[in-house]
Design a protein around this ligand. Structure first.
Ligand code: SF4
Ligand code: SF4
Length: 330
């Protein structure tokens, strides 16, 4: 589990503090977050909990064993962070401003720049500090229990659920959070606060309607119309998480993509509204933009380390990326 230590408000004072959600949102927007919403911390809805448990019972997490860890904490954030009262959900746009050249190998849009975990952690830490300073909450003393916590992806938090609860968007049939008139290319993060805010957001209802374009676009039938998701069939899982050999299905459907898959996102009509991100850290390096198929096939470990220093692509490791590239050579 990863978290970001921030600051700890004085527990005795917290009931008398009136924290304005509108101010938190203004601060978030001023720091470049596209969207911010706040939900009351509570156990996740029973229907969602049951569905998640069933998904695990069916073994759909494949080799991602970490998804089975801390199940009760995942389903109740108050067990993860005792004393949490509010969950601030944040979205940072990563819709690419620059694409890898057409006809060359592709990597998923979220991984074109530096590792989003680091970018989100830094931004959320700054926002957490601003929140605690704005309401003059005392700084954490050494040894004191942390009570303002920031999470991005690696903790047992159902982040798309909380983003929907906080009114940012809805979880679409492609299992991504869709922000209306903005799309799904957003990094999500959460700040857990140990106090209430004056106004909580209302959950957003699903607006997929009769659209099934993501299901039609998925080449490996990973998205099932009854809303189940077969992670093992997903190219994102196969090309990144799977440490063994790729399935024949993955090999035959990966196309020119050697890391991840964006097809169920690019097929989504809401992504027509996406605007290119302006975050310097999310822009691809010139060396990455100049990669040709030939250069990929001859990639050395030294070049890999230079190309992906500080990048999320490091998750697949050199051997994993070479495995994906080698499939294309055959
Ligand atoms: S990422 Fe690709 S393989 Fe996975 S569900 Fe979406 S379209 Fe299907
Ligand atoms: S493609 Fe259609 S069904 Fe799929 S997430 Fe987008 S709006 Fe929903």
């Amino acid at each position: 589990m990863s978290s970001i230590d921030a600051l700890s408000p004085n527990v005795n004072k917290k009931d008398s503090i009136v924290v304005l959600s509108s101010t938190i949102k203004s601060l978030a927007h001023s720091m470049g977050f596209f969207a911010c919403g706040i939900a009351k911390a509570a156990p996740v809805d029973e229907a969602v909990a049951q569905k998640y448990r069933k998904w695990l019972e069916n073994g759909e997490e494949a080799s991602m064993a970490y998804m089975t860890n801390y199940l009760e904490k995942r389903l109740d954030p108050r067990l993860l962070v005792p004393g949490v009262r509010s969950i601030v959900s944040l979205a940072l746009n990563y819709a690419p401003a620059q694409q890898l050249p057409k006809g060359e190998y592709q990597i998923a849009a979220y991984a074109l720049g530096l590792d989003y975990h680091d970018i989100m952690k830094q931004k959320m830490r700054e926002l957490a500090i601003k929140i605690t300073e704005r309401w003059q909450l005392p700084k954490q003393e050494e040894g004191e229990e942390l009570s303002v916590r920031c999470f991005c992806d690696t903790a047992p938090v159902l982040e798309r659920y909380w983003a929907q609860k906080a009114g940012l968007g809805w979880v679409g049939r492609n299992h991504q959070l869709i922000i209306p008139h903005a799309g799904s290319m957003f990094f999500l993060g959460e700040i857990f606060l140990p106090f209430d805010v004056d106004v909580y957001d209302k959950p957003m209802s699903n607006r997929c309607g009769s659209c099934h374009r993501c299901i039609e676009a998925c080449p490996t039938r990973a998205i099932i119309p009854d809303e189940d998701f077969h992670a093992e069939r997903c190219l994102s899982y196969q090309l990144i998480e799977n440490r063994g050999e790729l399935t024949d299905e993955a090999k035959s459907h990966m196309g020119d993509t050697i890391y991840g898959c964006d097809r169920c996102q690019t097929a989504c009509p809401w992504n027509r509204f996406a605007t290119p991100n302006t975050e310097p850290a999310l822009q691809p390096k010139p060396e990455l933009l100049s990669m040709s198929k030939e250069k990929w096939h001859n990639l050395t470990i030294e070049e890999y380390q230079r190309l992906f220093k500080g990048s999320a692509v490091k998750r697949v490791k050199f051997e994993g990326l070479k495995r994906n590239i080698t499939v294309k050579k055959k």
